[in-house]
Design a protein around this ligand. Structure first.
Ligand code: GLA
Ligand code: ZN
Length: 652
């Protein structure tokens, strides 16, 4: 039976002295059509109050009761926060900051992922849980830790970093070449001389910084695998997931997702921010949903969201009536098979006591948030057959963690911020406003099956990916490349020769110069093709290129580079490649992609303001992100309304 899951983080360990509340929880969960909870994410001190003394009976009771009520369990490993006894007895589990100070006990998500003691203690508690509950019919999934991230600079991690480098480079001469260590006389004679980047030490050697980020990502995933494998030793068929975060820089999620059965993420958009329209917020969120779908090319889970407000945004706005349903169905439209919340019941104390939850301090079921949660639950029941359906391959938007690390670390040409995400988002919005299905892919992607590949700011362009892009266009694909592409290799060493490296002939041009723009500074560009906006402002970086066969579609209209191409297209093999020389204002991208998609993506169509269209299997989701009703494709959409069509016929 296809099922869309509805539920929340459930922390009954905070309420063990209130059996009445625990009982009421189940009753309310049933009313809200809850069919899964993530259980015990931060319950370690309750599960193992003293080293080696386990207390699992309360959890057994809860699991049995949930299961009897038809609620499945996504059982957490509790490694996201450690008990005090563990930190006291084994200080090596405490993380060391970049300035080499060791943290004290407290907070969460701050352990050394290398520490053998931490790994051993985590393995013990995980296996204890797996032995007791791993074969319980209610346990359908394992929630590995919580939001893995962060870095540790302790001696154990330094050693692991050196071993990782030795493995990567083989000999120190290769490392010296990759990091260009002759610069400022930083050559290393031995791997033992290497330290992680530090504010009071080395921090501007880009090769070192990049490899450190690679190592941190590797080590985090290695720890996650350790957790996964500790469970699978006991329950080989155990399914595992880990909850990931919005634009999180610290872990290469493409690598992480490969090791998981299911990708999932925690989504907390800033709905109702005065400087954004709801459509802006929705499109920003949509790009993330598409990223988490793309990680495995499979439906993902929305693991956390708030039914009302957070407590950590600058200002915590409540979701206006209808927005919880809008946001939840948007996730489903983009490939989620679940809507879960943080959290089920609002905590009484500590730092998240004012974070929204399905059940608030008043405990009432007649309040708006609870009632709207019931509505979401009902909608997920109505749409159950959407579960498991996949999305068609149309456009691939290249979003590469390594590129991001290198690009954001570079000094110059604009230290005021390069805005990689903003650039990605402009292209994403341009595609989404043409109803195009977008996957986010990295520089290791297989491009077969896509009609269009968009590679914004592909600063780090590895030779093999350049070859893939060339082949893609040669065989008939359409490619979009922007300024600040093909600049460095995988070690962050500048490519020598014509630029953008590996793509000059595909693009039919050559980069000559790059001018940085201050915030607010722009350069006017004018259209040479009537299908594009008559004029648009370039910002951030203005790249000046010399045409070598490409046809200009827009040109700069001021400064010494007036007349140089701002947008160009080139025929290459059976396909064509577009070049965008600067960052335009957001409004440029929808008409630009309307032009790019012509004859490339059959069903692309420019959507009216506030209308969002997303396809998943035979289902088309239409949503109105605006406050006034709209009619589109013959369907009337009220304010924040959603309609779902199955093979063109309305089912919701
Ligand atoms: C994260 C965490 C949760 C909780 C929420 C609050 O996503 O995983 O434990 O702190 O944020 O928004
Ligand atoms: Zn460490």
């Amino acid at each position: 039976m296809p099922t869309l899951y509805h539920g929340a983080d459930y922390n009954p360990d905070q309420w063990l002295d209130r059996p009445d509340i625990l009982e009421r929880d189940i009753e309310l969960m049933q009313k809200a059509h809850v069919n899964v909870v993530s259980l015990g994410i931060f319950a370690w001190c309750t599960l193992e109050p003293e080293e080696g003394r386990f207390n699992l009976d309360w959890m057994q009771e809860i699991i049995d009761r949930l299961w009897a009520a038809g609620i499945s369990i996504d059982l957490a490993t509790p490694s996201g926060a450690r008990p005090a006894w563990l930190a006291k007895k084994y200080p090596e589990v405490l993380r060391v900051n970049a300035d080499r100070t060791r943290q004290l006990f407290g907070a969460r998500h701050n352990h050394c992922y290398t520490s053998p003691v931490y790994r051993d203690k985590v393995r013990t508690i995980n296996q204890t849980l797996a032995r007791r509950f791993g074969r319980h019919p209610g346990v359908i999934l394992w929630h590995l830790s919580n939001e893995y991230g962060g870095e540790c600079h302790c001696p154990l991690c330094q050693q692991a970093f050196r071993d990782w480098l030795r493995e990567r480079y083989g000999d120190i001469a290769a490392l010296n070449r990759a990091w260009n260590t002759k610069f400022w006389s930083h050559e290393f004679a031995d791997f033992d001389q290497i330290e992680s980047p530090a504010p009071h030490g080395e921090n501007a050697m880009h090769g070192l910084n990049l490899d450190w980020r690679r190592f941190v990502s590797h080590q985090t995933i290695d720890f996650m695998k350790w957790e996964r494998d500790s469970i699978r030793e006991i329950v080989p068929e155990a399914k595992v997931c880990a909850n990931m975060m919005y634009m999180f820089p610290g872990v290469n999620y493409f690598d992480m997702a490969r090791e998981l059965d299911l990708a999932s993420w925690d989504s907390y958009p800033t709905w109702h921010k005065p400087t954004e329209t709801l459509e802006d917020t929705a499109l920003d969120t949509a790009m993330m949903h598409d990223l988490f779908y793309s990680l495995k090319g499979q439906p993902f889970w929305l693991m956390e969201s708030t039914p009302s407000y957070t407590n950590w945004q600058t200002v915590s706005k409540v979701k206006k009536p209808g927005v919880s349903l809008f946001a939840s169905l948007q996730a489903i439209a983009h490939g989620s098979d679940s809507v879960l919340y943080f959290q089920w019941r609002q905590s009484r104390g500590a730092s998240e006591k004012f974070h929204g939850a399905v059940v608030s301090h008043d405990g009432r079921e007649d309040n708006r948030v609870f009632q709207e949660t019931v509505q979401v639950g009902q909608a997920l029941c109505d749409l159950a057959r959407v579960a498991g359906t996949k999305k068609e391959k149309q456009a691939a938007l290249v979003f590469d963690w390594e590129n991001r690390w290198a690009l954001e670390d570079a000094q110059g040409p604009r230290n005021a911020g390069m805005g990689y995400k903003q650039e990605l988002l402009r292209h994403y919005r341009g595609l989404a406003k043409n109803g195009v299905t977008v996957d986010l892919v990295n520089g290791e992607a297989d491009l077969t099956g896509y009609q269009l590949v968009v590679a914004p700011m592909l600063y780090m362009l590895r030779e093999d990916f350049a070859a893939k892009l060339r082949a893609f266009v040669a065989e008939g694909g359409t490619l979009v490349v922007t300024y600040w592409s093909g600049v460095v290799d995988e070690s962050d060493l500048c490519w020598l020769g014509d630029a953008p490296h590996g793509l000059c002939d595909v693009l039919g041009l050559r980069r000559c110069e790059i001018d940085g723009m201050y915030d607010g500074e722009t350069r006017r560009c004018v259209a040479l093709d009537p299908r594009l906006p008559a004029s648009a402002q370039g910002s951030v970086l203005c790249e000046v290129a010399a045409l070598e066969g490409a046809t200009p579609l827009m040109a700069y209209d001021e400064d010494f580079f007036a007349g140089a191409p701002a947008v160009a297209v080139n025929a290459y093999g059976k396909g064509r490649a577009y070049y965008v020389a600067t960052r335009f204002e957001p409004a440029f991208y929808a008409p630009f992609y309307a032009l790019v998609c012509e004859g490339v993506i059959g069903d692309a169509q420019l959507l009216p303001d506030n209308v969002l269209l997303t396809c998943r299997g035979p289902f088309t989701f239409l949503q109105n992100a605006g406050e006034t009703p709209v009619t589109f494709m013959g369907v009337e959409l009220p304010k924040y309304g959603t309609a779902v069509l199955e093979d063109g016929k309305r089912i919701y």
